[in-house]
Design a binder for this molecule. Sequence first.
Ligand code: AHM
Ligand code: MG
Length: 350
Amino acid sequence: MSLSSDHQHPSWRPPESPSRIGITLETYILEGMLGFPAATGAFTSLLNQLVLTAKLVTSKVRRAGLANVLGYTGQTNVQGESVQKLDEVANETLLSVLGRQGHCAAMVSEELGDMRVLSSDPRAKYLVVVDPLDGSSNIDVNISIGTIFGVLRKEESKAGAEPSDFLRPGRDLLAAGYVLYGSSTLLVITTGLGGVHGFTYDPTVGEFFLSHEDIRIPEHGATYSINEGHSARWPESVRRWNAWIKEDAKPEGRPYGARYVGSLVADAHRTLLKGGIFAYPADRSGQGKLRLLYEANPFAFIFEAAGGKASTGIERVLDLTPRSLHERVPLVLGSPRDVDDFEQFMRGER
Ligand code: AHM
Ligand code: MG
């Protein structure tokens, strides 16, 4: 029986700000709740393709440890077929799903040396950057891994895409997100001004449900995340910051606790929710490890949209103009106060 407004109980009132927690990601995207100002059918469809990829990859990740258990050996399974590495599987899943509907003109991936054209139709308006399976050294030891993605608009009216179309500052991203294959699978996405939202996957029904609406990073945190095994290669400024963050200065909230998973998606996700700082600094020669296009930029876009900061230690990540598709940069992500402190050490002010 449905109740018209005439038949509602007199004390009934609609909730003032209805919680959206529990609605599906597809509904969220379809109803424009991600806050993309000029959402088009094509953009909605592209985002839904990325969601489908996340579902397909999570089903592979959840069975990752079984290849050996079921009698597979090395690169070959019991049927004599070669067993693909999970990062290649994730990459191929993205290529085939994004290649289907003709919205994505081209993709740049950590798994591909060159840009891959997916549609030469001039109506294909978007470019996708992706790290299909980040943290791959953690696959074999059952530790969280992830997928990172970013979406750029292709120049209007141009048929096809060229690698130079991808060499744009991260502030031009239309959307960015990541999928964390952790104790549950979580997809976090933003279109920038619309805020950052997290959706947890229920594998029994095959849907992502809104679980973290409007994520805001705390002003400062209590943990730092860095691979201290590399400290002998750090510049002196990073070493001074590292010694400072471990000092016993209780009134100032130090020492910070250390947390380091070694999967960017996991370390960045924890930092986004709890605050604090993640850093993969340059070594003494000035070289970072993480990739600008599909690791640093998507996370920089997400952290800024959540009220945080993303820096190379010297400059804002989103203002960098990439020089090549697989360029590496130093990356510092975190709460605004924590990133400010790091930058002050880098500038030699402390
Ligand atoms: P990958 O893309 O080959 O997985 O490498 C990137 C990973 C990041 O997830 C992580 O932040 C970093 O490399 C860890 O590197 P290290 O082992 O030097 O600490
Ligand atoms: Mg990676």
